[in-house]
Design a protein around this ligand. Structure first.
Ligand SMILES: Cc1cc2nc3c(=O)[nH]c(=O)nc-3n(C[C@H](O)[C@H](O)[C@H](O)COP(=O)(O)OP(=O)(O)OC[C@H]3O[C@@H](n4cnc5c(N)ncnc54)[C@H](O)[C@@H]3O)c2cc1C
Length: 373
């Protein structure tokens, strides 16, 4: 394959992962990142502190040979531990029947730093911190970039917009009438904080859930034994207490994901979903892996390759956007019912015993990913 000049906006999860994969393929990769990223500020700006990494994300990291490295910082989660107001005991609720049905808890800082360090160490990859996209012309394949030192421009063979949920790249393509965004309603807000108390070793193997009917608190175990708490609640409802920062959940679908033969959106820039299924970051990793795979298979980039990428990803992303929102009902309401939890255990036991007769749960099916197929 000929060496390409690639411009990536946003050195977050999707952008850094794409940069390291494309750099390894011998391309010249420039990453424009508006922040100056280092371990101290990676979690700043109200970014979520911990992720659940599912099979989808694990497959993507394996594709890049990074799974073992990431797993050093990850904690396996065998299921949820549901805390109910009327029960003295927390009730375990399984994700599925099999070993691979587990999720992992990983901090954004660790995951992002690994991707950033790997990408920065890859020959051909250059990060431009404190730089922002000023304009992009997908037909001339030219981008203008602003930096504290002034403005510069660059011609590209491939442009990847991975600048997150409030993507400036996407905004520029929308302004030119080349891309449409469908902002979907969401009544949900979230706030985060770290708990001071540490949980027992056994309890570190679970995602802790406090269903609240109008919301849910999720506690993800951290390596130091404390929980990172996510408060997800309907706007205007519980909780009464004050948080330093409350964020709205943004849900959006984008169409198309690419323009011309060299400009494409991935990650939250292309699809943003509520966090109830924990799939946004996993999808961001998989988007980058699938895009690189399609380019490798074709031996080049072009409109057909980008269309193939979009066809492979857009339906899954759009379905997850709906399913994630629906899953709020399971977390906030259904898990309050011990009979629902008992049924989950029965299903898991039946599937372990007769795997041919009992399907994976919808939850597992949607967190599994497509790279292994
Ligand atoms: C409360 C909550 C909990 C979540 N939990 C999970 C979970 O458990 N599992 C999961 O899979 N997902 C989860 N997510 C979703 C996940 O956070 C996102 O899907 C993921 O971060 C998307 O990655 P990305 O690379 O597309 O964007 P980001 O990680 O947001 O990266 C975008 C990058 O672009 C940079 N940037 C922005 N604008 C510009 C610009 N103009 N120029 C240059 N650079 C720019 C930003 O600084 C950033 O570095 C959660 C989300 C929320 C809100």
């Amino acid at each position: 394959m000929n060496q390409m000049r690639i411009l990536i906006t946003g050195g977050g999860i999707a952008g850094s992962f794409a940069a390291l994969l494309l750099g390894r393929d011998g391309h010249e990769v420039h990453v424009i990142e508006k922040r100056v990223l280092n371990p101290e500020n990676i979690t700043a700006q109200g970014r979520t502190g911990n992720f659940t990494l599912s099979e989808r994300g694990r497959q993507s990291l394996k594709f890049a040979g990074l799974l073992d490295k990431v797993m050093e910082y990850a904690l396996p989660l065998r299921g949820r531990l549901v805390h109910l107001p009327y029960s003295p005991f927390a009730l375990p609720s399984p994700y599925g029947a099999l070993q691979e049905d587990c999720l992992h808890s990983i901090s954004r800082t660790h995951l992002h730093m690994i991707l950033l360090e790997e990408a920065s160490a890859t020959p051909g990859v250059t990060y431009h911190f404190g730089h922002e996209l000023a304009d992009v012309d997908p037909f001339k394949k030219e981008a203008r970039i602003t930096s504290p030192e002034g403005e510069w421009s660059m011609n590209y063979d491939l442009f990847i917009g991975s600048d997150g949920v409030h993507s400036v790249t996407r905004g520029m393509l929308v302004e030119r009438g080349l891309v449409k965004v469908d902002f979907l309603p969401s009544e949900w807000c979230y706030a985060e904080e770290s708990s001071e108390q540490s949980v027992s070793l056994e309890q570190r193997e679970y995602l802790h859930v406090w269903p609240q009917s109008d919301g849910v608190v999720c506690g993800l175990p951290m390596l130091d034994g404390t929980l990172r708490l996510n408060y997800l609640f309907r706007k205007g409802t519980w909780p009464i207490r004050q948080f330093a920062q409350v964020h709205r959940i943004t849900r959006l679908k984008v169409d198309p994901w690419f323009v011309g033969d060299a400009t494409v959106l991935i990650g939250d820039a292309a699809h943003s979903m509520s966090p109830f299924l924990g799939q946004g970051m996993n999808m961001a990793l998989e988007d980058a892996a699938v895009l690189v795979l399609k380019i490798r298979q074709a031996g080049r980039v072009g409109a057909e390759v980008l269309k193939e990428f979009q066809d492979a990803r857009q339906k899954i992303a759009n379905a997850l956007i709906e399913l994630s929102e629906e899953h709020s009902v399971t977390l906030a309401r259904k898990l309050r019912n011990p009979v629902f939890i008992a049924k989950q255990h029965l299903h898991a036991a039946a599937r372990r015993r007769f795997p041919a007769f009992f399907d994976v749960t919808a939850y597992n099916a949607w967190t599994r990913g497509s790279l292994a197929n």
